[in-house]
Design a binder for this molecule. Sequence first.
Ligand code: PLP
Length: 432
Amino acid sequence: IKKNQLKEELTELDKKHFIHPTSNMKQLQEEGPSFIFTEGDGIYLKDMEGRTLMDSLSSLWNVNIGHGRKELGEAAKAQMEKLAFTSTFSNWSHEPAIRLAAEVAKWTPGDLNATFFTSGGSEANDTAFKTVRHYWKLKGHPEKKKIISRKKSYHGVAMGSTSATGIPEFHTFTESIAPDFYYVDSTIESLKELIEKEGADSIAAFISEPVQGSGGVNLPSEGYFEEVRKICDKHHILLISDEVICGFGRTGTHFGMENFGIIPDIITMAKGVTSGYAPLGGMIISEKLHQEIYEKAEGNFWHGYTYSGHPTAAAVALKNLEIIKNENLIDNVNRMGEEMLKGFKWIQEQNKQVIDVRGIGLLGAISIDRKSADVAPVGPKVVAEALKRGLICRSVVYDGQDTLAFAPPFVINKKQMDEMITIVDESIRAVN
Ligand code: PLP
């Protein structure tokens, strides 16, 4: 009875006082939150009703080492007790931020060796958009301002990152986006056409996720990024890889673009760098860019967040990256990624309405045939069925899609993967 009372109390407080990010406000007012979580352990979450649920999206594609790792709590506590916060503005510094920037450089490909820290991915992308414009200005090309992104991309919700996002719903929400943002289809022709139309002299950068996440786990076509890299080089357009989901092992490599054999000029990251145990993100730039900026700049780099390089978040990130390395978790991403894709293919064979399955590392999707955008999607019903069977999974319905997205924690084992596949299969069958 006590538990029920507490749930009721929290539900009422939630409805009255708590505005949820990216949520259906009316539905929340009518139904209240569907989960009030209390604990996490490995790939499982527990909620107030005592349900234990498998977290097949690592919460928000971020709890990569899994829930409940005490070492991260201990790292945060130790750092907070020693030095909870001080600024890194101007010429102040501290060891956790310095060590983390140096550690990130060990993970990145090529000479992407200098990091600007933020609190998350949206800020990381806004930082990148300002940095590329600043860079071209220093190089004597202030007119190179435009940012190109891909349709179905998700880059965040700050003013710049929401403007770069290629999912229309995020734009119709306010009917206002920042100027100088352009979108292309995911073909080389579309990119070439836009560059031709707008003129390379006006374009600062092209941004892309290696594998689109929120837009439905969309893998690039064969050779796409190799060609993109060539085009960017030819037209002096900087290439930003948004590795907020793919970075730090999700696709079975350190960074997603490594799967396609190219090195971007800038990487933006967040999520997996701390496995969600503390908010942290960043923009990583090449040594060449870094040097050109500090050599040519007069005055300040006029951009910084209070929490750029937050000591506690940095200490948590360092411990998280140590765990990923010491426990060879990326090897498990590759092994379990293969199992997941095998399982998805088996599901496709069993279920006629499944029209596509795909995956790379532990990032995957199942697409269901949705004849048109006017037809109600099946995904949300599958999600409800999966929940009855103890699995949380995510449905993507933007743009007429009907897709289920998966990104389980790196620590998932074979038995748990089999269970996930079985539940997904049963849930798809149940809605027919
Ligand atoms: N970029 C990508 C690819 C993302 O998936 C996300 C978040 O889901 C973001 C950027 C935005 O990051 P944040 O929500 O930390 O601001």
